[in-house]
Design a protein around this ligand. Structure first.
Ligand SMILES: Nc1nc2c(ncn2[C@@H]2O[C@H](COP(=O)(O)OP(=O)(O)OP(=O)(O)O)[C@@H](O)[C@H]2O)c(=O)[nH]1
Length: 409
């Protein structure tokens, strides 16, 4: 988890809580004013009622001059909720009080005339009921506290519900997708994304993102497959090119025979093997007769064709996987015959001479007679490669001297 990570749910809850707090304060202020007025109205209504029910009794008590009764009645009124102080001013100058007299100067005062019991004549006095403002504030505070508690509970409930829905429908699937993306690698690329969400008839944003993931995954898989295919194709091309390069390193491009580099590497191996096994090893030096004349008379392209034809005819007479032919240079070929003694080698050399000696029919209708001279030398144990080649070359020279188209051994 990154250090600066902050969950969406937490961020949302913080904002929701702040908003709820702001709204609660605003509503509370409005509600407070409204509650204050309604409590005040209710209290004044109560005082009207109290006055209405007590003034007749006070009137009788004053008329009958019963000060104890008047005082007792005032005490009853002063004990009522919201009433702070009560006073009766009698026209005779007498005064009765109950409650906290200091409230008289700072609080709302309701005044009621006390008529005579018969109702006629001058009033007997005046009843003053002082409302206790503290009582109103207390009532307002109580109502607001209850309301705030309600708001708080509602906010907590809403936040809990939001957290639950966010966790289940947003946070968990997103965490699963993040973990899935984090685990993605060549081995896991084909493993499906499993969100484990309940089946719903509708789709939401998470489903869209998950579908996008699957599309991306498929595209990646396809891309990697096509890359694999390209790599395979390129590898095959490279291997083909490498095989060609290897063939060029050991083969002659014109005739397809082995080249001299191959001869230098392979011939010592053959002599070592012959040394170990005691088996004979023969070498035939073969040279096309009057090849310069062929070139001069028919051109180099025909000369090349003659070389290709001669090489093919030489190869056709040999054991494919045992004997081998080298283009030694120009129109000279070296044929190596492992496990071949002098009699057999002589027969093979004659066969080679016979195969090469032919008349070629050219495209322009002309006919071209070709022959070859051959020198056959059997390897002598301990003999080095150069000496052996020189011996075969000397025998070839002798075949040329003795009239060409022949084998000397
Ligand atoms: N067309 C062609 N000619 C080549 C190639 N390599 C060498 N030659 C030619 O082969 C000829 C060999 O001639 P020489 O060495 O005088 O031998 P020759 O004419 O065959 O005479 P003898 O060997 O005595 O019968 C030269 O003219 C070379 O230019 C090649 O790859 N293609």
């Amino acid at each position: 988890m990154p250090r600066n990570f902050r969950s969406l749910a937490v961020a949302l809850i913080r904002r929701l809580a702040l908003l709820a707090m702001g709204c609660t304060l605003l509503f509370s202020a409005v509600q407070g004013v409204w509650i204050y007025h309604s409590v005040q109205q209710q209290l004044l209504g109560n005082i009207q009622y109290v006055a209405g029910s007590n003034v007749p009794m006070l009137s009788v008590a004053l008329w009958d001059i019963e000060p104890e009764v008047v005082q007792r009645q005032l005490d009853v009124i002063a004990a009522r909720p919201g009433v702070g102080f009560v006073r009766v001013n009698v026209v005779t100058g007498q005064m009765f009080e109950s409650g906290d007299a200091s409230l008289l100067y700072h609080n709302r005062v309701s005044r009621f005339l006390i008529p005579t019991p018969a109702g006629g004549g001058k009033p007997l006095g005046e009843l003053l009921i002082v409302v206790k403002d503290g009582y109103i504030y207390q009532q307002v505070a109580l109502s607001l506290a209850g309301m705030l508690l309600g708001y708080l509970l509602l906010t907590v409930l809403i936040c809990a519900l939001v957290v639950y829905v966010l966790r289940r429908d947003l946070e968990q699937p997103m965490r699963t997708m993040a973990a899935f993306a984090g685990r993605l690698g060549p081995q896991t690329l084909t493993s499906p994304l499993q969100l484990q969400r309940a089946q719903r008839p509708t789709q939401d944003e998470i489903d869209l993102v998950a579908a996008g993931f699957v599309t991306l995954q498929n595209a990646l898989t396809e891309h990697i497959d096509s890359l694999d295919q390209q790599v395979e194709e390129r590898t095959q091309q490279l291997e083909g090119a490498l095989a060609e390069i290897r063939a060029l390193l050991t083969h002659d491009a014109l005739t397809g025979c082995y080249n001299r580099a191959f001869l230098s590497e392979r011939l010592p191996q053959e002599t070592a093997r012959a040394q170990r096994s005691g088996q004979p090893l023969a070498l035939v030096f073969c040279d096309i007769d009057h090849f310069k004349q062929i070139n001069d008379e028919y051109g180099h392209l025909i000369g090349d064709e003659v070389l290709r034809e001669a090489a093919s005819r030489l190869r056709s007479q040999l054991r494919g996987d045992i004997d081998w032919v080298v283009r030694f240079g120009g129109e000279e070929f070296v044929v190596v015959l492992p496990d071949t003694g002098s009699d057999n080698a002589r027969q093979v050399a004659e066969r080679l001479r016979d195969a090469v000696a032919t008349t070629l029919q050219l495209a322009d209708g002309r006919r071209l007679q070709i022959t070859a001279s051959l020198g056959l030398a059997i390897w002598q144990p301990g003999e080095c490669m150069d000496d052996w080649l020189k011996r075969a070359d000397a025998l070839l020279y002798r075949a040329k001297m003795h009239g060409r188209n022949r084998v000397e051994s």
